[in-house]
Design a protein around this ligand. Structure first.
Ligand code: NAG
Ligand code: NAG
Ligand code: NAG
Ligand code: NAG
Length: 526
């Protein structure tokens, strides 16, 4: 087999420790895994004596050869040479790449474990054939987990090597629950970064009751995009003008009116009545369920999930993650509102965990919250973009490119609220200049906007960009209309009027009366 032809889709790393292998025979497990479709095998055994290593490697090689799959030996170049297998995999603490290449020759496959930019650079320049990038998630199989990089770190490395002719797999904590997501989420769209060639797994196959079936399942997951990827915003949808989007607003609002989608809200905020009333007014069916276990059933009901980080507790976070997984699996939209993200270490960590644990369809927050979700976003903040100022063109551009980058990396829709609201799915950055100062004087308005947006994406899931724009316009124009009413004297009387106007605008739209949309100030950054 020529090394260029090696398929890295499902890369099995063996583990002979009793905790993983049990009392099974390693060769039997590998054989079953190959029948299930494993495309590459690495024999990893850090404890056996050289004699035993060579004997087992030889048996494994006979098996992998029958399946026309390469066998690589972890670290032990001597063992690879002794049995004449296809190559080796070396870690950062093992023999260096150029010595390995000298010993094994130009045709051998040599892979290197990398976890940061520098190691990646050295491995690429040194002529590695593929990279094992990780550790992606914490895992009990590798004792030394000093470098958990998450999907973000993985993507960063894939961006770095966009133009390198090198193969890649990720490793660390990958199993059937996250293989498909990690493949899809780590790739920056639009050809900006490399796509992974596959995933490397250890216990997901070695410890599986049925390694053949586990392999078959994993290979299918690696090769098919996750459920939520089907409804990602397309390039054509992003290429539309503000006028095109505006024309869709009535359709979105009517879809909510007709479908009464479930808005499943997980939060602990103290704005109960307000949030539920807003949901009802825009036409959604609010349900507040904070138990993760329930989410699986609720996700099947055609609604959307709102994760609102009003307060964070470890138990709450666990429930959020369960719900996130359930909605991701069902391919139903998730709106995440990282309230106060960046304000405290606890909130920073919780935000990072949520963003790293699943796919968020719409990320919504104010300027400081959104910027704290961007690698380097704090800098943009410090460089003096002032959210209370009217914003000059340079500021708008700076903010626009920061959130565009965020949306590209997350492959989702980002909404940054403020005096001007910004919306992007990674290309055009749309702006909404509607709203009223009263919105900022009442608690819970940010959270209720999340609910409104969730209703729109639930009812109009195939065009999330239009859905989000519709939600923002409905919400901010209802605020303007309410604030102008004669019975509204200030923030207190504003709230009931606002809820009325959300309802009125929806009902008017359902009847075909679209006068309110003439107020829309929807633009796009040049
Ligand atoms: C993946 O691994 C996690 C943690 O070990 C486990 O909770 C989960 O059930 C596994 N999922 C699948 C589909 O194997
Ligand atoms: C969201 O959950 C909060 C949590 O207490 C609740 O007060 C609010 O009514 C819920 N909103 C909706 C729209 O379900
Ligand atoms: C964003 O919202 C948080 C939480 O409500 C608040 O503490 C913060 O001051 C807001 N930041 C901006 C820039 O509005
Ligand atoms: C799968 O993904 C989750 C994050 O969603 C991660 O915490 C976990 O360690 C991963 N691996 C397993 C085996 O669960």
């Amino acid at each position: 087999m020529r090394k260029e032809d090696v398929d890295h889709s499902l890369y099995l790393v063996t583990d002979s420790t009793p905790a993983i292998l049990g009392d099974k025979d390693i060769c039997a497990v590998v054989e079953a895994a190959l029948r299930g479709g494993v495309t590459c095998v690495q024999y990893r055994d850090k404890t056996s004596d050289t004699g035993a290593l060579v004997a087992t490697a030889r048996r494994l090689h006979a098996i992998t050869q029958r399946h026309d799959v390469p066998l690589l030996i972890n670290d032990r170049i001597d063992v690879a040479l002794a049995i004449g297998c296809e190559g080796v995999h070396i870690g950062q603490d093992d023999l260096d790449l150029s010595s390995a290449r000298k010993l094994l020759g130009p045709d051998a496959i040599i892979g290197v474990t990398v976890s940061n930019a520098e190691e990646t650079d050295v491995a690429c320049k040194g002529g590695a054939d593929y990279l094992g990038i990780g550790t992606v998630f914490a895992t009990p199989t590798k004792e030394n987990t000093k470098s958990i990089i998450g999907v973000d770190g993985l993507q960063q490395i894939l961006l770095q090597i966009a133009d390198e002719p090198i193969k890649t797999v990720c490793i660390g904590g990958i199993n059937a629950s996250n293989a498909s997501r990690v493949m899809w989420q780590s790739e920056a769209p639009g050809g900006k970064g490399k796509a992974l060639d596959g995933v490397a797994v250890v216990s997901a196959i070695m410890a599986a009751p049925d390694p053949e079936e586990a392999s078959w399942d994993l290979l299918r997951l690696v090769r098919s995009p996750p459920a939520f990827a089907r409804a990602a915003v397309t390039a054509e949808q992003q290429a539309r003008s503000p006028e095109d989007l505006l024309a869709l607003v009535p359709e979105v609002v009517r879809a909510v009116d007709a479908k009464k989608p479930l808005s499943h809200n997980m939060t602990n905020l103290v704005v109960q009545n307000f949030a539920a009333n807003v949901a009802l007014s825009v036409g959604a069916s609010p349900i507040m369920a904070n138990y993760g276990e329930e989410a699986r059933d609720l996700a099947m009901l055609g609604g959307a999930l709102v994760l609102n980080m009003g307060t964070v507790t470890p138990k709450g976070l666990e429930n959020y993650l369960k719900a996130l997984r359930a909605y991701n699996e069902a391919g139903r939209p998730v709106v995440f509102d990282p309230v106060g993200a960046g304000a405290t270490a606890v909130r920073r960590a919780a935000t990072k965990t949520i963003l790293g644990s699943g796919y968020i369809d719409v990320l919504k927050g104010n300027q400081s919250e959104i910027l704290s979700c961007i690698p380097g976003g704090a800098e943009v903040q410090q460089r003096g973009v002032d959210s209370s100022a009217p914003g000059n063109d340079a500021d708008r551009q700076k903010l626009g490119s920061a959130i565009r980058e965020l949306a590209v990396r997350r492959r989702n829709v980002v909404v940054m609220t403020g005096k001007t609201d910004y919306i992007t799915a990674g290309r055009a950055v749309f702006t909404v200049d509607n709203g009223h100062a009263y919105l900022g004087m009442v608690t819970g308005t940010g959270c209720c906007l999340g609910t409104t947006v969730s209703a729109m994406v639930a009812a109009y899931p195939d065009d999330k960009l239009a859905a989000v724009v519709a939600g923002l316009l409905l919400y901010s124009i209802a605020a303007e209309v309410a604030a102008e009413r004669e019975d509204v004297k200030g923030p207190g009387t504003f709230v009931p009027a606002f809820i009325d106007e959300l309802f009125n605008l929806r009902k008017a739209t359902a009847k075909g009366d679209l006068g309110w949309l003439e107020r829309a100030r929807l633009g796009v950054l040049p």
